[in-house]
Ligand binder design. Structure first.
Ligand code: 5GP
Length: 193
């Protein structure tokens, strides 16, 4: 088991409805020493790749993306969630369905912050059905930039997102892939990587 899998095993809580709670170290209280290790690991997994920017989505992607960004020496842009916006031409906009909150949001990024030809690394905390990622990918495409890497802390391998994103040909690296979890027993099974 790698360092993140060990931490999930120790402190993660399996909830009904296929939700893994990791709020004691990842997305509410944040263990920055752990984030540093995640940054190092992403740097290793994307060795040789040159990124201009990291793109993430608020709120829980931001902390991780900021620490990862220190390892790549690039700025972080985060997509903002909003109920609805007037399309005034200044923003890239995508529709995203929230897995945890069961609602649809628009996510927006100012056109000032992603430019044509840029190489983007997308970072997020979870990958479940892939809606958040699809939204971010569509924003990068609209900008004429390219998604050269996608780094995820925890992929829930039993949901469709990971397969879909890999089938589209993206270089997706998930530090921990949960293949099965059981709310009754609390057991979590990781995919061998
Ligand atoms: P997706 O769009 O891939 O279905 O879901 C990704 C987003 O949903 C992530 O940004 C994350 O915030 C949230 N999410 C999905 N599954 C879980 C989960 O099991 N636990 C937590 N804490 N968040 C999740």
């Amino acid at each position: 088991m790698n360092f993140l899998e060990e931490r999930i095993q120790k402190d993660g809580i399996v909830k009904e409805g296929n939700v893994l709670k990791v709020d004691s170290f990842l997305n509410h209280q944040m263990d920055i020493t752990l984030f540093e290790k995640m940054g190092e690991e992403f740097k290793r997994r994307f060795a040789g790749k040159k990124f201009d920017k990291i793109l993430t989505i608020e709120a829980s992607g931001i902390g991780i993306a900021c620490i990862v960004a220190r390892h790549f020496g690039v700025p972080v842009v985060f997509a903002k969630k909003t109920k609805s916006v007037n399309i005034d031409g200044e923003m890239y906009i995508a529709e995203v369905e929230s897995f945890t909150h069961k609602c649809r949001n628009q996510v927006i990024v100012s056109k000032k912050f992603i430019s044509e030809g840029e190489h983007i690394l997308i970072i997020d905390d979870f990958l479940a059905n892939g809606c958040a990622l699809q939204g971010l990918i569509s924003i990068v495409k609209e900008a004429g930039a390219s998604v050269d890497g996608i780094g995820i802390a925890i992929e829930k391998g039993f949901q469709v997102g990971g397969r879909m994103i890999r089938n589209l040909g993206y270089h997706l690296e998930s530090l921990a892939i949960v293949d099965a979890m059981d709310a009754e027993t609390g057991s979590i099974t990781f995919r061998e990587q």
